[in-house]
Design a protein around this ligand. Structure first.
Ligand code: ZN
Length: 450
């Protein structure tokens, strides 16, 4: 096998593929070719670049999509699949947090956090998702947790943005430690191409004014900083901000100078009338998470907010499959609309808005198949039962494609013929099963202590 250095310098030509690049320069090509060098897409189209390549791979008619982006993930919840239901039968958003997620994020130790990161990233990569913007919370394992995620993402060959969810709810010491973790991570990876640190805040309603002011004072000394925060997911967040004398959550964050062009505001379901304008003016980016919102029964971000702010698409920890999230978003919104009413184009959120967000955050071209973009590809062995053309790509991508057979990041195959090239899937899954059993037991003990 050639060395990494040699691999990076090699020019690889992928031929005989269907290229689906709907928001790129060349949008759709049958029997096309992609030339890759130095981890970057160099040429794309219906031309024979054979003379330029060191290696030629015939894709035999397979379908190539850009590697996808999850704009809001919680890898820490990866071991929640199949977890026992809380005994208290939560009836609202606050009770869901108190009885599920705020127990899980206190029960995570280093080993179970590692198992969550590995199995969560594996789930993303398996579905052709090559960039994950994560919002992390392990409240009793703070220092070093973001570094652990960066190390695992590197092993997987994925782009990762990470932020530790600060909050007041576990006391001043944990708050301070979380702030230090965010700042240390920021300083370590500020100039990285594949790791994008953000400053993580849980949500406005779990902070005092003093804590928010303290965060604002600290981050203003950093360069290129941005926050990653849940905003107005449930009405309780908005009610809390009003009780504290603010017009809204967004106005509270903005009044402290916490919103800027690198910031991610998540959900925005209960935005107040002026919030849209404040977010727009600040340059902050909104991320919409339809399957999680439906699951928590907190309402739905309005089409006007999603469209005006060019919202990204995230899963909020629900899954690693972005094609499924786009499909589910389409269906959830449809279920609230009258016949003939126009809806949000979720494929646009996934293939246009998410690449714009990732490109801005990572400061390099991510999420399209145009020359100059990172060679992150999801390749599907797809034999459609109807004709696939430039005009019906949404139908085929959301309702036809399954898991990719090959996934490439930075010009290197991470999955080839459905097998991971560098990691052991079986070891990761076995370890995750083992860790989840212990984690759920610790959760049960914490639940009993309430
Ligand atoms: Zn979230």
């Amino acid at each position: 096998m050639p060395s990494m250095e040699k691999l990076n310098k090699m020019k690889t030509l992928l031929t005989n593929c269907r290229i689906v690049n709907p928001y790129g320069e060349i949008k759709f090509v049958e029997n096309g070719s992609i030339l890759i060098a130095d981890g970057i897409i160099k040429e794309i189209g219906k031309i024979d670049f054979g003379v330029l390549a060191d290696e030629v791979i015939d894709l035999k008619g397979k379908t190539v999509l850009p590697g996808m982006i999850n704009a809001h993930a919680h890898l820490y919840s990866a071991l929640a699949v199949g977890m026992p239901f809380p005994k208290g039968n939560p009836t609202n958003f606050t009770e869901i947090l108190e009885q599920v997620w705020w127990i899980l994020d206190r029960a995570l130790d280093e080993e179970s956090t590692k198992a969550s990161f590995e199995s969560g990233l594996l789930d993303h990569l398996r579905h052709g998702v090559t960039t994950v913007i994560d919002h992390h919370s392990s409240q009793n394992y703070v220092s070093g947790s973001l570094q652990l995620l960066a190390d695992i993402a590197k092993q997987f060959g994925m782009n990762i943005s990470s932020a530790f969810e600060m909050t007041d709810r576990n006391g001043i010491q944990t708050f301070q430690e979380s702030l230090e973790e965010n700042i240390r991570f920021h300083n370590t990876y500020e100039k990285s191409e594949t790791v994008r640190p953000l400053i993580g805040l849980h949500a406005s309603f779990t902070f005092s004014d003093e804590s928010l002011q303290h965060i604002a004072d600290k981050v203003k000394h950093l360069s290129n900083w941005g926050i990653h925060v849940h905003t107005a997911e449930d009405k309780v967040d908005q009610i809390d901000a009003k009780k504290r004398g603010y017009v809204s959550v967004i106005q509270r964050l903005d009044s402290l100078g916490l919103l800027n062009e690198n910031s991610l505001v998540i959900h925005g379901i209960h935005f107040q009338p002026n919030d849209l304008e404040i977010v727009k003016e600040s340059g902050a980016m909104l991320v919409h998470n339809p399957s999680s919102n439906a699951n928590n029964r907190v309402g739905m971000t309005s089409s006007e907010i999603v469209e005006t702010l060019k919202a990204g698409l995230g899963t909020d920890g629900m899954q690693g499959n972005m094609l499924a999230e786009a499909k589910e978003g389409t269906l959830i919104r449809s279920s609230h609309l009258a016949g003939g009413a126009s809806s949000v184009n979720y494929a646009e959120l996934l293939f246009k808005n998410n690449p714009d967000i990732a490109t801005k955050l990572f400061n390099r071209k991510i999420g399209k198949l145009d020359p100059g973009y990172s060679a992150d590809l999801a390749i599907f062995d797809y034999h459609p039962r109807t004709k696939f053309h430039a005009g019906n790509w949404i139908g085929h991508t959301l309702f036809g494609l399954d898991k990719p057979c090959d996934v490439m990041t930075g010009g290197q195959f991470r999955i080839r013929d459905y097998d991971f090239t560098e990691i052991s899937e079986i070891n990761i899954l076995n370890n995750a099963q083992n860790q989840s059993t212990k984690l759920w037991k610790r959760m049960e003990a914490l639940e009993g202590k309430k």
